[in-house]
Design a protein. Structure first.
Ligand code: PLP
Length: 357
């Protein structure tokens, strides 16, 4: 039996995509082998690589001036790749709004003069700093931000007006809402939240920013090398790229990112409204900064939180335990979580509250 899986990542994938993959697993497109077993330089895989890129360009409206790269190493590898490629003057500012934002900031310090433009650590990362109050220095190569804070359940909805390129980690928000790619110099995202199985990382980068990587930059992390080779410099993560293509087709069939955003906003509103109207559950995030992908919440006590997580799992609602740094619960309601899953969660929350008040 399939459960409703609220895991933060790797996370649930659309059922129809899994079914297609299952159907094609032993014999991909009449080749007599699976997509995992064939050359990445053969025609069938090259077609997958091309279609995946074309669909992502279409879904996000990515202009030709941007390269789209399919790489490995996760979002965490990008914490180093970004400064190694873009810190050409040796200076960058970081917005520290959570755990991953903080890790990105720490990693970048190895490569240059890095400063914090704003932080929300003072209130346990429960809000997004006002974009008008950022301390952005002159002459920086870029400003880095985490678009959606997966652990703390906040998201950036407004961008600062600055001259330097904005670099955004969109691991947990890519394709969940409409964005204007041209407002960013670079966007990166690990695929395992909203796109595909773990192993693939998406990089969308303005072409004029690449080709000037630091001399010590490993060849695998050099965006210009990946762009020149259509992400096939070495063996790519073939199966995750294939799965990403199926997910992109699925999103397109649903009506694209605009339609996806509407469903996501509806799902998030249902859950937040329920929590806000309850005296039993609490979400501590500043309402205007709330994520539509990750919803952390607590019950009146840690004991009840633990009981909630274990009883929910028995009811087929799994992976609701909050991150170890926050405790409590977290429902990750990514693109692939159907609205029925959110309704089932709310029904369970009502029942649990009645029984444990
Ligand atoms: C999950 C996540 C990461 C880490 O991704 P890996 O692919 O495991 O390196 C980084 N940033 C954000 C916003 C995330 O959600």
């Amino acid at each position: 039996m399939r459960v409703y899986n609220f895991a933060a990542g790797p996370s649930t994938l659309p059922l129809s995509v899994l079914e297609t993959a299952q159907k094609e697993l032993l014999d991909y497109a009449g080749t007599g082998m699976s997509i995992m077993e064939m050359s990445h330089r053969g025609k069938p895989f090259m077609a997958v690589n091309d279609e995946a890129q074309a669909l992502l360009r279409e879904l996000l409206g990515i202009p030709e001036e941007y390269a789209v790269l399919f790489v490995q190493g996760g979002a965490t590898q990008q914490f180093a790749a970004v400064p190694l490629n873009l810190m050409q003057k040796g200076k960058a500012d970081y917005l520290v709004t959570g755990n991953f934002a903080s890790k990105a900031y720490e990693e970048a310090q190895k490569y240059g003069d890095v400063a914090i433009a704003a932080s929300s650590k003072d209130k346990a990362y429960t809000y997004i700093p006002d974009m008008k109050t950022l301390k952005v220095r002159d002459g920086i190569d870029y400003l880095h931000m985490t678009h959606n804070n997966t652990i703390f359940g906040t998201r950036i909805t407004e961008l600062p007006e600055i001259d330097a390129p904005i670099v955004a980690d969109m691991s947990s928000s890519i394709l969940s809402e409409e964005i204007d790619v041209t407002k960013f110099g670079l966007i990166y995202a690990g695929a395992q939240k909203n796109i595909a199985p773990a192993g693939l990382t998406i990089v969308i980068v303005r072409r004029d920013l690449i080709g000037k990587a630091a001399p010590i930059c490993p060849v695998m992390l050099d965006y210009a090398v990946q762009a020149k080779n259509d992400s096939l410099y070495n063996t790519p993560p073939c199966f995750p790229i294939y799965m990403a293509m199926l997910v992109f087709r699925h999103i397109k069939a649903l009506g694209g990112v605009k339609a996806m955003q509407k469903i996501n906003e509806e799902k998030a509103a249902l859950l937040y409204d329920f929590i806000d109207n309850s005296s039993f559950y609490t979400n501590r995030v500043n309402p205007k900064d709330r994520s539509i992908m990750n919803v952390p919440f607590v019950s009146p006590s840690e004991e009840l939180d633990a009981k909630f997580v274990s009883e929910a799992a028995k009811a087929g609602l799994v992976s609701l335990k909050g991150h170890r740094v926050t405790g409590g619960m977290r429902a990750s309601i990514y693109n692939a979580m159907p609205i029925e899953g959110v309704r089932a969660l709310i029904d369970f929350m009502k029942k649990f509250e009645m029984e444990n008040k």
